[in-house]
Write a protein that binds this ligand. Sequence first.
Ligand code: SAM
Length: 430
Amino acid sequence: MNLPSQFLGRMRDSLKGDYPAFLRSYDDPPRRAVRVNTLKLSAEEFERIAPFPLGERVPWEPRGFYIGQEKAGADVYHFAGLFYSQEPSAMCAAPMLGVRAGERVLDLCAAPGGKTGQLAADMGGSGVLVANEPDFGRAEILSRNLERLGVRNCTVTAARPEQLAARFPAYFDKILVDAPCSGEGMFKKEAEAVLHWSERNVALCAARQREILDEAAKMLAGGGRLVYSTCTFSEEEDERQAESFAARHGLKLIAMKKLLPHEAAGEGHFAALFEREDGERRAFEAGRAESGGSKEGVRAYRAFERETFGAESGEKIVVRGGRLFAVPDGTPLLFGLPLRGTGVELGTFDGRFKPSHALAMARGGEAARFLSLTRAEAEVYLRGETLAADLPDGWCVVGVDGFPLGWGKAVRGTVKNHLPKGARRMAQTG
Ligand code: SAM
């Protein structure tokens, strides 16, 4: 690989005797891994049905397995949200937070959502999870990934950190800041990361990280913990950033972990864990009146729910711009912020209720009308094609081996395909 000479010089200076081993690691292909989505099945269940060979477990994430060079993201079970393809060393940061069900958790730099998926699985659907990504296009990808994983308790915002900090002072128990960085651990995977590398960019990244961290600190409640992580090796962005952050905000720096590609099976990651030992833990103060909305829409959804799921769930429903969302109790309603979605998007109402893809992925397993396909049949559905099935007319959940994939609508023995274009097989591989 043609790596920037200044980068190599810096690594030689910091690694000293280990430098030759570090350099040799670039001769190996990138390590790949998948993380089982335990919101849908256990790691052991996945081991039994995995459609490709699973290697050893990732040492720092028990739900993670090394795999070969196959394109796991093209597999049917990926579309069913059974697993997430994630660079193995990137799996080390989220578990350091020790997130538990019922906590208030923020993922401040969240897209495409690998680490949000880990946090959501730790929470098991209970507690407040806010995943933020200021880039709108990337926030959309984040939402789609969380939908696929069937996450029910996450609010996705596309805000700048200072906008969130103004709404959530001293609120969160756990915060992850997986900051934008100079990406030195991405050189093997992304040629772009090599092209963009410069000493100036390292300094710019460090300045931006500092700003993001300062906003994050405002949102950390007393007794709360924060993990700061990067996929880069420069000390300005890693150790020195962490030490200076702890000192500026009076936080305890509990641990720093640096996975380097010649020492750990992965492309490299840095993570530091902090604690705010004391201070207040504040409640969320709703701004303006934010709930309410269409009563007819809610009535239409309840009727749909009775028909499709056999009963009403009684979940709290909020409506925004014709979209209905089911939110767990205690979810802060953030409608004053750039919001991509909250809880589970149930569907849209414009005189008629139409279920959303997210509803099938989060609750489809409970549907009374469920069309379970084999893996081969599921390939047909994922291409957007119509299916033949002996089902009563109306909406049904279509799935593979009992795991939901999306909606279909049965009409006289034919099931019309309601998989959104972005969720289809041809549109999404890799
Ligand atoms: N945590 C993600 C995951 O595990 O999939 C990866 C996050 S990536 C390293 C950093 C993200 O931070 C990018 O998506 C980038 O768009 C976003 N970002 C850029 N500037 C930001 C800012 N000022 N505040 C918060 N996030 C920012």
